[in-house]
Ligand binder design. Structure first.
Ligand code: ZN
Length: 291
């Protein structure tokens, strides 16, 4: 059950796995919604009336006082049944952004919680599997629990994700993950990516680091007309192979056909694929503008 205290706390933590947003119907500003993390790339959205009344009153008060406001360029998000919403921006968050973009807090627990949600396992269930009490599990989620080798062992057992992954994540957390600049460049005769930082777990690998670097997956996409991120916006993400696999889950297709290809042939294929995607997107864009 969502209490007003929890609601407030979750509203101001955009990087926390339990983030919440308040949304409003694009056609009826008296209809408010609460959006939350539904695991993987899903977003849960429910009418605010399905939460205790004090939460609705608090949200309305924040809107009235301008603490929650709609950005001028806010894009609508379709939520099904022909409805769309705009999500409110929290004034405090806006003010915090300059610092939060350079010192992004990394939650050790967030990947586990995403995994838990996508497998639809209850807190009680995973808590027992991890050998934690309810209080300890709460601390784990809030990153207040000391990560012991035993806990890492349990995480490996339950999720099937490698021990190295959880250790890297712990390491990143202890070092304090610096978000913001995700790629660092070294000037040789041309600019070359020398370090990649995973946006999921913070794993940092450099070009001399061997296969982890080679297997990093970077996605760059220029959004077009109708994009929920905003027309003309560029979105990009760098993911280590483990986080990429975690996010895709069972939807990922893996085939053997490129096994025999040399590095060079693989590179050529990659370029061809990018060109094909670009052309496809370009054509789509044209069509949309014409129609
Ligand atoms: Zn990662």
């Amino acid at each position: 059950m969502l209490t007003i205290g929890k609601f407030k706390a979750r509203l101001i933590r955009p990087n926390h796995p339990d983030w919440l947003l308040v949304g409003v119907d694009t056609k009826d500003d008296s209809r408010l919604y609460i959006l939350g993390n539904g695991g993987m790339s899903n977003i849960n959205c429910a009418p605010i009336e399905s939460f205790p009344e004090e939460i609705k009153n608090y949200a309305i008060e924040m809107v009235t006082q301008g603490e929650l406001y709609l950005k001028g360029n806010e894009k609508s998000l379709r939520i099904g049944q022909g409805k769309s919403i705009y999500s409110y921006t929290l004034k405090q968050i806006e003010n915090l952004l300059p610092t939060s973009s350079t010192t992004r807090k990394i939650y050790f627990s967030s990947i586990f919680i995403r995994w838990q949600r996508s497998h639809q396992l209850s807190d009680e269930h995973v808590q027992e599997k991890l050998g934690l009490t309810a209080k300890e599990f709460h601390q784990f989620r809030e990153d207040e629990l000391t990560i012991t080798p035993d806990l890492i062992k349990k995480l490996v057992e339950i999720t099937g994700v490698s021990e190295q992954f959880w250790k890297n994540r712990e390491d990143q957390k202890n070092k304090g993950f610096r978000g913001g600049i995700m790629k660092t460049f070294k000037t040789v005769t041309m600019q070359k990516v020398t370090t990649l930082v995973c946006d999921g777990c913070g794993l940092e690998v450099n070009a001399d680091g061997g296969y982890e670097f080679q297997e990093f997956i970077s996605i760059n996409h220029y959004c077009g007309y109708g994009s929920i991120h905003g027309d003309g916006k560029k979105i990009d993400i760098d993911l280590c192979q483990q986080c990429f696999a975690d996010m895709c889950g069972d939807t990922l297709r893996a085939t053997d056909e490129s096994n025999k290809l040399t590095q060079e042939e693989k590179a050529v294929r990659r370029i061809r694929l990018n060109v094909a995607i670009f052309l496809m997107r370009f054509t789509n864009q044209k069509l949309k503008h014409v129609s």
